[in-house]
Design a protein around this ligand. Structure first.
Ligand code: ZN
Length: 753
């Protein structure tokens, strides 16, 4: 019996432990499905694979290579550690051996993944007769190397941001690459959703436009974690028909997947024992017994805290180096490489990581994975869980829930988690602001013909608008760039607008940037005197400079947090779709005006109001899309106005959170406003709106799947054992008055009737 088996048995025999388990799922061993190397694969490449101990391919690898060989754009959807990199490396390397002038461009969402990929490519191609040049090209690439990479790099590995701001605008320096580009590889495709995905789809439109200009027509190969709509997302991104491969041929050994809900310590408030401490206790037990373990936590600070606790509980002899390490962004590359190697070799027994290790960085396979809090999406959870599990022998993945509604929903509804994934990754490449920004970038790169489409979208109105703004001029039926600046530099792919407020910590001699908030949230979160919490540390805002787009903060330790009174005025501008009745649902365009006029200081734990102050900031305005639902007096029956109000407030707290279950977004991407008598509907109304100018499609999706969303909300409330509402369901009591839980439930019954 292995050490891990022994521990699993002990847990099974321990009633106290088992009472916290909401599901113990055993994923059985699967044999895997193998294929011989196809005849057309270059013999020297087959030999290189054999030297690395690979005698056969998994069926999905063979299917992908075959699809690409037939010239099909292909998307491969398989779990972590299923050898997906060979799905693209084999066709690409094989094509370059056959025709050494061929070129490939690889896109990864992060720099670390790009470096890892180049290392892997170099290993694969080391013994080949043909020399292959593989390079990363990003902000870290030395300027002396850049010219050589542009001219003779067979495979250029970069990220979308670099493609957008450095490669496409300077395409004339990359003639060789674009003329001979045969393949574009997009890994971790599921990351390209929401605002980021909407941007990346437009960057790909620009990329295809440039390829067409230089006469190349590359094949796209995409890889994704499991989501509900891989074909749809890939289609949005590349706007081409494609082949979707989802059958996984990789073998898998037995895996125990455990959902763990820490015990309640305060029933009234719904408080549970800390997920962090529970996870630490479990990991300590595993590591002590020699089970190599990875612990995931959501924040950088969480990494440091857990690491400290673990090292305290697992002492090493004086002079001996600890076998437990932290891993997160902000560590030096050399340090990270050493940790990765230690994990592969087994000299490191435990590692605490942010989601930095969730993505495909090669650390070998560990015995156990413990997740502190729900990683935010089912796809991420499976990716993190995939970090444990070897070819042979049992492995463990364990999710330790915290008390937030999303976490509680997942552990209380294991069938939802283990069933077919409902998560659809959404993006809206035609968001007007994002689209217009990329039309500017594209016009800088190459002039537009008067009637040219951008991707598959007609943009004549945008071209005319930009000409009126003196950004473009029309000559001989073509629109030319006329400003002297170049546009890509000022457009970030990670936000919808250029208007983020940067948070600067001035506690020490050298000010440092610790984060940013979007302009619309700034008055709420970083008004003067606000307590801004970042990675568990409190900061007080000293100055918010709206013009400079900076908030200056200083570290403090106080016993309260601040809560700004936000009054949101929401005006419906246009209805896309609606369905009326006793309960009316609709989605459409709205204008949001938000004004923060004062804030309260709320004491921790007791939630007493211990002071307040004015906020003197201008109103912010945003046009976006919203979903709304309203109720006639008749369907509400005998509910009092006060009950309706507190029910709506409760739903406004809860619904955006559970909606993120279905949208693969961050709960902050969606906001809610409730109005007891909305000017537009003249009825009690709950609005949910996309928290980005122009929207990215969330509201329309909620309109479609509203029953799923509200049913999930109802389940959270039913499952929560608090009396009147708590942070695990409809929000803390101090926001809702005495009794928000019952009216929220009554409204849900009306909606779902
Ligand atoms: Zn509750």
């Amino acid at each position: 019996m292995t050490k891990l088996n022994e521990i699993l048995q002990q847990w099974k025999d321990d009633p106290a432990f088992m009472s916290n388990i909401t599901r113990w799922e055993v994923v059985p061993t699967t044999e895997g499905c193998f294929c011989n190397f196809p005849d057309y694969l270059e013999p020297q490449l087959c030999e290189a694979l054999q030297r690395r101990g690979i005698e056969k391919l998994y069926s999905h690898q063979a299917a992908a290579i075959d699809a690409v060989r037939q010239g099909n754009h292909t998307v491969v959807v398989t779990p972590t550690s299923s050898g997906k990199t060979l799905c693209y490396n084999l066709p690409v390397v094989s094509a370059i051996i056959k025709e050494p002038s061929s070129r490939a461009l690889y896109l990864f969402p992060t720099k670390a993944l790009s470096q890892d990929q180049v290392a892997e490519l170099r290993e694969l191609t080391a013994g080949l007769d043909t020399t292959l040049n593989c390079h990363t090209y990003d902000g870290d690439t030395e300027s002396g190397l850049r010219q050589g990479i542009r001219r003779s790099g067979h495979i250029v590995v970069t990220n979308p941001d670099m493609l957008h701001s450095a490669i496409l605008p300077h395409h004339t320096k990359w003639v060789h690459l674009f003329q001979n580009l045969k393949f574009i590889v997009i890994d971790e495709m599921h990351q390209y959703r929401g605002v980021f995905g909407s941007h990346v789809a437009n960057v790909i439109r620009r990329l295809k436009r440039i390829c067409a200009f230089y006469g190349s027509n590359p094949t796209f190969i995409l890889c994704s974690a499991t989501i509900a709509n891989p074909g749809e997302l890939a289609g949005l991104l590349i706007e081409e028909p494609l082949q979707v491969i989802t059958e996984n041929g990789a073998p898998q050994a037995e895996k125990h997947f455990i959902l763990y809900n820490p015990p309640l310590i305060n029933l009234e408030l719904g408080l549970r024992r800390s997920a962090l401490l529970e996870a630490q206790r479990i990991a300590t037990e595993l590591i002590r017994k020699g089970v190599q373990t990875i612990l995931f936590t959501r924040s950088r600070l969480g990494v440091e805290v857990l690491l400290t606790y673990l090292r305290q509980s697992i002492k090493t002899r004086p002079g001996e180096e600890s076998t437990i390490r932290g891993y997160r962004g902000g560590y030096l590359p050399r340090e990270r490489r050493a940790i990765e190697e230690g994990l592969r070799k087994g000299t490191i027994k435990g590692v605490v990581s942010t989601n930095a290790l969730e993505l495909g960085i090669d650390i070998g396979a560990l015995d156990a994975c413990v997740m502190t809090g729900y990683p935010g999406s089912i796809a991420s959870t499976w990716q993190q869980a995939g970090r444990s599990g070897r070819r042979r022998g049992v492995s463990l993945a364990m999710l330790v829930a915290n008390s937030e509604p999303l976490n509680q929903y997942i552990v209380s509804n294991p069938d939802y988690f283990f069933g077919r994934t409902p998560e659809r990754a959404l993006a809206d490449p035609n968001n007007l602001i994002i689209l217009t920004n990329h039309v500017r970038c594209a016009a800088f790169e190459l002039p537009f013909d008067q009637n040219e489409c951008f991707g598959r979208t007609e943009i004549i109105a945008i071209l005319q608008f930009l000409a009126e703004e003196d950004v473009l001029y029309l000559s001989d039926g073509r629109y030319h760039w006329m400003e002297d600046t170049y546009p890509a530099e000022k457009i970030s792919l990670r936000s919808a607008t250029r208007e983020n407020i940067v948070i600067v910590d001035i506690s020490e001699a050298h000010p440092r940037v610790i984060g940013e908030v979007d302009r619309f949230s700034a008055p709420m979160l970083v008004h003067e005197e606000a307590i801004y919490i970042h990675g568990g540390q409190q900061f007080q805002v000293e100055k918010l400079d709206f013009n400079e787009k900076k908030a200056y903060v200083r570290q403090v330790e106080v016993n309260y947090f601040t809560d700004a009174n936000l009054s949101v005025d929401l005006k419906v501008l246009d209805i896309f779709e609606d369905e009326s009745g006793g309960v009316t649902r609709a989605c459409g365009d709205v204008r949001i005006n938000a004004l923060v006029s004062m804030f309260k200081k709320i004491r921790f734990n007791t939630h007493e109001n211990i002071g307040s102050g004015p906020v003197d900031l201008p109103e912010t305005e945003m046009h976006t899309t919203a979903f709304w639902i309203s109720f006639t007096a008749a369907v509400l029956g005998g509910m009092t106005p006060v009950a309706v109000q507190s029910g709506l407030i409760g739903l406004a707290n809860l619904v955006p959170q559970v909606a993120s279950l279905f949208l693969m977004g961050d709960p902050r991407d969606l906001r809610a406003v409730s109005q007891v008598k909305a000017p537009f509907t003249e009825m009690p109304t709950l609005f949910l709106y996309d928290n980005f100018p122009g929207g990215v499609g969330y509201s329309q999706e909620i309109y479609r799947i509203y029953r799923d969303v509200f049913q999930a909300a109802r389940r959270v409330i039913t499952d929560c054992r608090c009396a009147d509402g708590c942070p695990s369901c409809i929000g803390p009591i101090y926001q809702n008055g005495e009794s928000g839980k019952l009216p929220a439930m009554q409204l849900l019954e009306v909606i779902l009737r």
